[in-house]
Design a binder for this molecule. Structure first.
Ligand code: PLP
Length: 449
């Protein structure tokens, strides 16, 4: 299945959409089968993971002290880590402290004074994904980061860009624009029987025309965790020169990530979700190869220098992908959030979130009329389910008014996948380390009533 458009037919349909939608409807059907092994709809329970379903927390993760650090989690059941997680107090304090200083001495002086802490924040961000601070370009969002990476890849007519069935709209749209503008082709890697992009199918699709492989690590609209490392291995085995873009927006902060082991060239993430940083923050991490070979489009005077006349040069490190203007209060908050997570440890965080998510899937499966929609054998902390009702956004607001915060899933993030759910009311709950079994119980009770 291809998304293609010849340049001669600029107004023709760019998406052989029926193929894609049909495919995902099939993927949805497949997804139902894939509950077996993880989540079995026939028995309405999680199979083979009983030991994980119990609430676990590692010795380094003291849930009560995490909750003390997160005052708002005691006043509600906040189940929206995948939307915008609750920040620990230390993060909010770092932001406010810097804003106060900006008020006292002005933004530039405050930045100058905070230079060491800003560099420290950069290093902490790097540690979240296993790279040095010099490989990080700070951004305002995951979308901004992803676009900064994508735009730097030279593309021409006929180049093939491979994506998965679970992509995120803001990543797909820039690719579709290149379909229109340059005549590139977007192709979807079919899912394997486990409901996630098949490494074998990917291996078969690879040749010299593949210029981009773009994967969403933890999709927003299902609980899947894509095998990013396996995909990197396939690219390495094939000696592919394709640029590997990883959207780690929903995975960074909830699982340990090592960008070098994965082997991706770009990793895009946001601050406000699982990292628990402030809004308006994000970052792009770059591989050595991307740093050696690619130029940001367009360059910005933060990381590039105009030498007069037609001459300019760019920094060798990732700063050339960063922009001059930045909320340094946000950057310091992001650094504090990374330090907080790193101090706890990403493995204990992963275990805690995973056990809460598994527990929730199990509980939801017991409710008449509720259908858990997550697929894949490796799953994230995102729990997506269909429930009675016609308007997911209104339903989410209703729950919010009763002290339960989660998100209504609409078709906007991935229309074809949404169609495959064959449900009008789809909700997403995404527990973080500050949540308890009681929070999950509140949601389950509200849905039962
Ligand atoms: C998988 C995924 N990628 C990218 C984004 C975009 O993140 P941001 O809003 O920070 O640009 C989101 C946001 O929900 C997402 O879920």
């Amino acid at each position: 299945m291809k998304w293609a458009q010849t340049l001669e037919r600029p107004s023709a349909s760019i998406l052989e959409g029926h193929d894609f939608a049909d495919h995902l409807v099939n993927a949805g059907a497949l997804a139902n089968r894939n509950y077996v092994g993880v989540f079995d709809p026939r028995h309405r329970s999680i199979v083979g993971m009983e030991q994980d379903v119990r609430m676990t927390s590692s010795p380094s993760l003291d849930v009560e002290s995490v909750r003390d650090d997160t005052p708002a989690c005691r006043t509600q059941a906040y189940l929206d880590g995948a939307g915008a997680a609750l920040s620990p107090t230390v993060v909010t304090d770092a932001v406010i402290k810097h804003l106060r200083r900006e008020q006292e001495v002005g933004g530039y002086v405050a930045q100058f004074e905070a230079e060491d802490r800003i560099n420290g924040a950069l290093a902490s961000v790097g540690r979240m994904v296993g790279v040095k601070g010099s490989a990080i370009a700070l951004q305002t969002s995951a979308t901004a980061a992803w676009i900064r990476g994508f735009q730097s890849i030279p593309l021409e007519a006929g180049d093939r860009l491979l994506i998965t069935t679970a992509e995120y709209a803001s990543n797909v749209l820039p690719m579709l624009q290149q379909v229109r503008r340059r005549g590139v082709v977007v192709e979807v890697i079919p899912d394997g029987p486990d409901g996630t992009a098949s490494p074998h199918a990917l291996a078969d699709m690879l040749d010299d025309t593949v210029k981009v492989v773009a994967i969403t690590h933890a999709p927003s609209q299902n609980g899947l965790l894509v095998d990013a490392e396996g995909i990197g291995q396939v690219l390495r085995n094939a000696n592919s020169q394709a640029w590997y873009l990883l959207d780690a927006c929903q995975s960074t902060g909830q699982i340990p990530i090592d960008m070098t082991t994965i082997g991706c060239d770009f990793l895009a993430a946001t601050g406000r979700k699982w990292i628990r940083g402030p809004r308006g923050t994000g970052f792009l991490a770059l591989s050595d190869r991307a740093l050696a070979e690619l130029e940001p489009v367009p360059p910005d005077m933060y990381g590039s220098t105009w030498h007069g006349a037609l001459e300019y040069s760019s920094n060798r490190d990732a700063s050339r992908f960063q922009s001059f203007e930045m909320s340094y209060a946000g950057v310091l908050g992001l650094g504090a959030a990374c330090d907080y997570a790193l101090n706890i440890g990403l493995q204990p965080i992963r275990e805690r979130i995973n056990s809460l998510a598994l527990h929730l899937r199990n509980e939801l499966a017991e409710i008449q009329g509720v259908r858990v929609l997550d697929r894949g054998t490796q799953q994230s902390g995102i729990v997506v389910f269909a429930c009675p009702g016609s308007d997911p956004v209104a339903k989410a607001w209703d729950l919010q008014r009763s002290g339960i915060t989660l998100t209504g899933v609409t078709a906007a993030t991935n229309p074809a996948e949404h169609q495959g759910y064959a449900a009008q009311c789809v909700l997403r709950a995404s527990p973080h380390i500050y949540n308890t079994e009681d929070d999950l119980h509140r949601l389950v009770t509200a849905l039962r009533n």
